[in-house]
Write a protein that binds this ligand. Structure first.
Ligand code: SF4
Length: 377
């Protein structure tokens, strides 16, 4: 029986030339994420999925760790095609090792033996056909860190674009100028998980703050639709001072960037902090609003966070999109994405018309996926 490592080692191809640089002594540098690993011959990078063999960088290809169709609000994107179905796919591995990861079964599959996630055989054409069959409008690379599997994402996104679909990343934002330029022609929407505004906290998760802030600035300048999520973890990243600094940074990029503060629940190895309470989310949201952000949302505690699930006009204050969790209960935007009461344009990517919302709670996909499992161990 093959091990997961052996299976994945067979499903690779050479890295995009834009994402690799030759160094001395057969070493190579990878630019797919902010670590910028110099990788010696025969070794993988920090993510464990990109490796140097014979002075060439090999990267994951031809499988997915999982697929699922969900409302786009679940990603969460609140200013991009409300009510649309998002077809999510991911590979395995991550460049960080967050102890509270909610996708640890796929993200930590090569680090943690208890993370068992048999990959599914897939081609870009199969994924797009699977998404279309399930009514997907947006293809989203998520579950693992998509930056470290950017070549595969771009291959899928090219196929998606040819079929008239939109594309998105749900990412930790640990990017580089090279990988963002590589993605730029093929990506419409980008969610960055801004986990903290303290470099020491980021280092405890295996990253650094600076590349993430740089990625946020660059994505905004590139015109890719950007939303930010901060999972509020009591005692880790929820001090008033840290939240204020984080919100002020976002305002300095643009006050129109939506900021979602979402509730933590005990997961994976982080079981000490208590779960986030509604009042914690309300406090964080107020800090965001006071700092000047126009659109602040509170997530993961539906019905308990006042009106912080709704989108309001930033000028007249009327409710334009009313939500309960990922369900759109009312939609008032005009076809060009304006407030029907005062005509103010609401920043985002809006469909010409609202196609309606999935009615079932919990949401059940119309069809199940038709991808096949690879026997792994
Ligand atoms: S994706 Fe990041 S962690 Fe992986 S090899 Fe490249 S630079 Fe290193």
């Amino acid at each position: 029986m093959l091990t997961l490592r052996e299976i994945l080692d067979e499903r690779v191809r050479e890295a995009a030339p834009e994402l690799v640089e030759k160094l001395d002594r057969n070493r190579i540098r990878c630019f797919s994420c902010g670590h910028g690993c110099p990788i010696p011959e025969g070794q993988p990078g920090v993510c464990k999925v990109r490796y140097n063999k014979g002075g060439k960088l090999y990267v994951p290809w031809g499988y997915v760790g999982g697929v699922q169709c969900d409302p786009i609000e679940k990603k969460p994107f609140f200013h991009a095609y409300p009510g649309a179905l998002a077809y999510s796919f991911g590979m395995l591995g991550c460049d960080l090792h967050c102890s509270y990861c909610q996708n640890w079964v796929t993200s930590q599959a090569l680090r943690d033996p208890s993370a068992v996630s048999p990959p599914l055989e897939a081609t870009p054409k199969q994924l797009v056909a699977d998404a279309l069959r399930q009514g997907g409008k947006v293809l989203v690379s998520t579950y693992n860190e998509p930056l470290i599997t950017s070549e595969w994402a771009v291959a899928v996104f090219k196929e998606a674009k040819a079929a008239g679909l939109l594309t998105a990343f749900v990412s930790n934002g640990n990017g580089t100028p090279q990988v963002l330029e590589f993605l730029r022609p093929w990506i419409d929407l980008y969610k960055v998980d801004l986990k903290s505004f303290d470099d020491r906290h980021y280092r405890s998760l295996g990253g650094r703050l600076a590349p993430i802030l740089d990625t946020i600035r660059r994505l905004y300048e590139m015109g890719i639709w950007l939303e930010i999520v901060t999972l509020l973890i009591p005692g880790f990243n929820d001090s008033d001072d840290e939240l204020r600094q984080l919100a002020e940074f976002l305002v300095s990029v643009s006050p129109d960037i939506p900021w979602h503060v979402t509730a933590f629940h005990k997961d994976y190895k982080m079981t000490d902090p208590s779960d986030t309470r509604p009042e914690d989310l309300l406090r964080a949201a107020e800090i965001g609003q006071r700092s000047g952000l126009h659109f602040v949302y509170a997530g993961n505690l539906p019905g308990m966070v006042s009106d912080l699930e709704d989108t309001r006009c930033l000028k007249c204050g009327k409710v334009l999109v009313k939500r309960y969790s990922y369900l759109v209960q009312d939609y008032r935007l005009t076809p060009d994405g304006s407030c029907p009461h005062c005509g103010t344009r609401i920043p985002g990517r809006w469909a010409r018309q609202f196609d309606g919302q999935i009615a079932s709670v919990p949401f059940l996909p119309r069809e199940s996926s038709r991808l096949f499992t690879i026997v792994s161990r």
